[in-house]
Design a protein. Structure first.
Length: 494
């Protein structure tokens, strides 16, 4: 058979795989599409930053007033990567939530191809396809993709970076490939600061290869050159977009993360985080104990086997990533855990492969497990589809829209509001907004309000703010209710 015929056959097989993957995973774009978003208001800041990109305004101009008394709300801007991706949606659809959820769903669809490629690099096509199905159609991910957050695009670039590096021959110097990898790493950091884990893992792996390489000076020199080009490119991409083209105040976010680490209680925090994420992992796998047990045991065996026999880049990424999220005292479920999930499934397969099965039996076991889990997923996904049009508490709910419309039509454009979700209020009313301080000292809170010139206070039954309610009760002679509905009360400072 000629080389051309072999090439055409391989190309034909590749095209068939592409078509099959497209057909199987295309529904994920259309499942759980809603016009509502939950109250968590990180999404609002991302959209305001996307708006500033389109309108050519400074990133810090968001009408969101930082309050240093509440560290998480002292962050003026978030990394520019996700606003850059969202800017095209804002250009055409402004704040239409449904358009953004379709966009995130598109990234979920694209993630299925990257997952397949990642697994197919390590396993055969059947196993790669099964694992991709288990992740993409996991009900937790289907539910999660209604959040306008960078985590799904980040996971896509996270895996793409890992896959590209694993295919890279680090003993040879390839300028073009180093630049591509550097761009992937840099953009991953632009999406989520924790993307630094990838760069650190690459440098650690290259350092190990450099120190323990036994095949001559030329290869060691290439490894050194590769590490320099990759690092410089990644940091250049990050700095170029985040500080020069679209200048942000991301250093405040880095400082916030650093300030939350409690080094004196680090051991306890890591133990609590490990327990939380272990429970979370069990919950997203299955409600059936035997499936949970089988997966967790296979994962533990696979991870242990690789660490003992052939520890390498993927183990460095996984271990460093887990150490970072375990050391962080706050837990956000799928937000932080999603990038680790594909690697966990990789170790599950490695664990199954250690069992004394034939090749056909191993494929059969994994295929059977996939069918069982997809069958278990079925009811949850059906419930999600059935309820996707239900009204959800959040900024798009009619009660929220009523208060936003009142604020737009009846308050000064320069008015300053205090609300539990200040970034959402700033997005939907174009008014300045801040949150009450975490300090227990009401006098300090009052001094801060007078310093910045607060005019209004908004109370919501959906976002209880006991401290603000206590403040208003103490200062009831200085405020009055000017508007209310079933869920909101708007107070004006007299």
């Amino acid at each position: 058979m000629s080389a051309l015929n072999i090439f055409n056959r391989l190309k034909h097989v590749t095209n068939i795989k592409f078509v099959i993957i497209s057909i199987v995973f295309l529904p994920v774009i259309f499942i759980n599409i809603t016009k509502y978003h939950l109250w968590g208001d990180d999404f609002a800041l991302y959209i305001m930053q996307a708006k500033n990109i389109i309108e050519d305004r400074p990133q810090i101009e968001t009408n969101f007033i930082c309050n240093e008394q509440t560290p998480v709300y002292s962050i003026k801007t978030l990394p520019i990567g996700f606003p850059m991706l969202l800017s095209v949606i804002y250009l055409f659809f402004k704040t239409n939530i449904t358009a953004y959820i379709y966009y995130i769903s598109l990234f979920t669809f694209l993630l299925s191809f990257v997952l397949y490629k990642f697994y197919n690099f390590h396993f055969n096509s059947i196993i790669a396809f099964c694992l991709s199905c288990l992740i993409i159609y996991n009900p937790s991910l289907i539910e999660f993709k209604t959040n306008i957050l960078p985590d799904i695009p980040f996971t896509l670039f996270f895996l793409l970076s890992i896959l590209y590096y694993q295919k890279l021959n680090t003993e040879k110097f390839n300028y073009k490939k180093n630049l591509i990898l550097g761009f992937l790493l840099g953009f991953s950091i632009l999406l989520r600061v924790i993307g630094l884990v990838l760069l650190l893992s690459v440098l650690f792996d290259l350092s190990i290869k450099f120190l323990f390489h036994k095949n001559g000076k030329e290869n060691r020199k290439n490894i050194l050159y590769n590490s320099v080009i990759i690092s410089i490119t990644a940091l250049f991409v990050y700095s170029l977009f985040n500080y020069f083209i679209f200048p942000t105040k991301t250093e405040l976010l880095v400082y916030y993360y650093y300030s939350t680490f409690d080094f004196y209680n680090l051991k306890l925090i890591i133990a609590n985080s490990a327990k939380y994420y272990l429970n979370f992992l069990q919950d997203i796998f299955s409600e059936y104990i035997f499936i949970r047990a089988f997966i967790l045991i296979a994962f533990a065996i696979g991870l242990f086997k690789n660490i003992i026999t052939k520890i390498g880049f993927l183990e460095y990424v996984f271990i460093i990533y887990l150490l970072v999220i375990f050391a962080f005292p706050f837990h956000y479920g799928m937000r932080y855990f999603l990038p680790a999930l594909p690697i966990i499934f990789y170790y599950v397969v490695i664990g199954i492969k250690t069992i004394n099965f034939t090749k056909i039996e191993k494929i059969f076991v994994l295929s059977l497990l996939t069918i069982i889990m997809l069958f278990v997923y079925k009811n949850s996904i059906y419930g999600i589809i059935k309820n996707q049009n239900e009204v959800r508490e959040g900024p798009q709910e009619i009660y929220s829209q009523d208060v936003f419309n009142y604020i737009i039509n009846n308050t000064s454009p320069n008015a300053l509001f205090v609300f539990a979700k200040p970034r959402a209020l700033a997005l939907y009313t174009r008014r300045k907004s801040m949150i009450i301080g975490e300090t227990q000292n009401l006098s300090k809170i009052d001094r801060k309000f007078k310093e910045v010139g607060v005019n209004y206070f908004l109370i919501s039954t959906e976002n209880e703010d006991k401290k603000l309610e206590t403040y208003l009760e103490k200062n009831k002679k200085d405020v009055k209710i000017v508007w209310q509905n079933q869920k909101f009360k708007l107070y004006k400072k007299i």
